[in-house]
Design a protein around this ligand. Structure first.
Ligand code: N01
Length: 537
């Protein structure tokens, strides 16, 4: 795949990143609004997170039929997903297809990193400096770097650089296959990534050691429960599916059952949980009782149910106990969807290392030394996550009005208006910025892109020079985001959701934890009221 590689451009809109967000933004502003646009992408191909995350077992844990764009009926009808949860190569192929189909590549500069973006007070333009040494000047800057993939996190483990074997972060997995057969492999990290990778690596490795710091709640995916016939039926019903997903709690086309778990008998609760557990995936989290995430007593019922499943699945009681989360509510960390995760610990060639019991002392040339001794490894896999949400921004030197650096503006935690704009940064928009919705991301992204495109169109139509989030509106939104996070008992509990995974990072809810529907309504009202809360001149 090749992209455009022009130098020193002057355009209407410059977009950073060519994943789900940047590709659709390009289509929207170039093909619908007719604006001169360029996308700048650091990687050598389009796809964003799905270009970079190639680790064994990488697949999507949202169901395929809603993990895609809804904007083109033709695209929906012509693309055939192979099953319930697409693997990484299939999603990448989908995004490459979108890039071809809408002729996007001619305005994407691949293999080019945005190093700095500076707002010019004198003429109200953005000047973007790239790793190619050139500059793009634009009226509008739109960021589409995503939440995670642009900023992998490698912990500062003593001796890591002395390890003599192969070491890979899952978020920067090599393009050529990594041969794990017959090798002693160690995986650090048991978030969504580790939980997806561990069963697949276990199939290949001579022996796998899993280094776990925090046990997690995870729900089985049940990949087999949707086949191509079902997907064909779904394609005939897309209008209704999107209508539900866009106004739902979390971007999926189903809701909770409307009842409180506390009003149901223990038998009813068990029956509901068992049914959803058998269906698999996020339905267990968002499709059961209305108070599962808002009342700790209802939440405890779900947490206990999952704990029981772990005890039933893992043969060794000591290992089961170590795998059982007790320090956060169900859903307080990003829910994990797995295939055979707990079953994997019944294999003789898999060993769980509980880092709470025996912490890592150092990485040695031969492996990892914990307080319990040295474990020899040939390959070390870092499934250690990302400097999420803000990391992709702070890796770029972004400077707004009067020389205000975004890194400084966000030193105590990020503030935005609606997750879409930042006070002090005129004509800059942030797709999936901090404080925006979080859930099924393509649904969020389409909403953000369309809202931003409409705002740009309105600004141009009225012949305004500047649209900028106001400080008061931004503060009100920050208070609202905080209040929504406090409303749910399963609010951020010490993970990347609130910055806790990065030592020294300011702690603040990084998402709007209200529903997609409420968020969408709020954004619509802001636009309908003349972009209330924005300064426009
Ligand atoms: O990262 P994480 P992830 N010593 O931050 C551990 C998305 N995603 O890449 O929990 C030892 O969740 C850390 O331990 P602890 C999804 O949104 C989507 O797994 O901090 N361990 C944790 O176990 C997800 O939420 C899909 O105690 C250390 C792990 O590393 C997000 O990506 C698939 C450590 C990091 O877990 C991030 O998931 C995969 C240390 N020093 C991921 N430092 C889809 O299917 C960190 N850890 C769409």
């Amino acid at each position: 795949m090749t992209g455009s590689n022009r130098t020193d451009l002057d355009v209407d809109v410059v977009i950073v990143g060519a994943g789900f967000a940047g590709l659709y933004m390009l289509h929207r502003v170039r093909d619908v609004l007719g604006l001169r646009t360029v996308v700048i992408e650091a990687a050598d191909g389009v796809g964003g997170t799905w270009y970079l995350n190639r680790y064994p077992g990488a697949r999507c844990d949202s169901e395929s039929y809603v993990y895609c764009y809804s904007f083109s009926e033709e695209l929906l009808q012509e693309w055939e997903w192979s099953g319930k949860y697409p693997r990484q190569p299939e999603i990448l192929a989908y995004l490459e297809h979108v890039a071809d189909r809408f002729d996007l590549l001619r305005d994407v500069r691949l293999g080019t990193r945005v190093e700095a973006a500076r707002y010019q007070d004198a003429d109200g333009t953005w000047r973007v400096r790239t790793s190619a040494g050139d500059t793009v000047t634009a009226r509008f800057l739109v960021t589409g770097m995503g939440l995670l993939a642009a900023a992998p996190y490698t912990p500062d483990l003593p001796g890591l650089d002395t390890f003599a074997g192969e070491c890979h972060h899952t978020g920067r997995w090599p393009h050529e296959p990594v041969d794990l057969a017959g090798r002693r492999v160690g995986v650090i990290g048991t978030g969504s990534t580790g939980v997806q990778a561990i069963p697949v690596i276990a199939e290949q490795a001579a022996h796998l050691h899993v280094f776990q710091r925090s046990p997690q709640f995870t729900v089985p995916a049940r990949h087999h429960t949707v086949d191509r016939a079902v997907l064909a039926e779904i394609r005939a019903d897309y209008d209704a599916i999107w209508a539900k997903a866009k106004w739902s709690l979390s971007g999926f086309p189903w809701q909770h059952n409307g009842r409180s778990a506390l009003d149901a008998t223990p038998e009813e609760v068990r029956k509901t949980f068992e049914e959803l557990w058998d269906q698999g995936g996020f339905r267990f989290v968002f499709g059961s009782y209305r108070d599962l995430l808002t009342d700790i007593r209802a939440n405890d019922l779900a947490a206990d149910f999952v704990r029981e499943k772990i005890r039933e699945t893992v043969a060794d009681p000591d290992t089961a106990a170590k795998l059982t989360p007790t320090d956060h509510p169900f859903g307080g960390r990003r829910p994990i969807i797995d295939t055979d995760y707990f079953e994997t610990y019944n294999r003789d060639d898999v060993t769980l290392v509980d880092l709470r019991e025996s912490p890592i002392e150092e990485v040695t040339p031969r492996g990892i030394r914990t307080t319990a001794g040295e474990i020899e490894l040939d390959v070390l896999v870092l499934a250690t996550g990302f400097d999420a949400v803000t990391g992709p921004f702070t890796r770029i030197d972004i400077t707004g009005r009067d020389g205000l650096a975004l890194r400084d503006a966000w030193a105590d935690g990020p503030s935005t208006y609606l997750g879409l704009a930042v006070a002090g940064f005129p004509n800059m928009f942030t797709i999936t910025g901090p404080g925006a919705t979080f859930g099924n991301l393509p649904v969020s992204i389409e909403h953000h892109v369309e809202w931003i495109a409409t705002c740009i169109e309105d600004t141009l139509r009225r012949d305004l020079a500047v649209v900028e989030a106001g400080y008061e509106a931004q503060q009100r939104w920050a208070d609202h985001v905080q209040a929504q996070a406090e409303r749910i008992v399963a609010g951020p509990s010490g993970s990347w959701y609130d910055g806790a995974n990065i030592p020294g990072k300011a702690r603040r809810p990084l998402f709007f934890f209200g529903s997609f529907g409420l968020y969408r309504r709020t954004c619509e009202d802001v636009a309908a009221n003349g972009y209330e809360g924005f300064d426009r001149q």
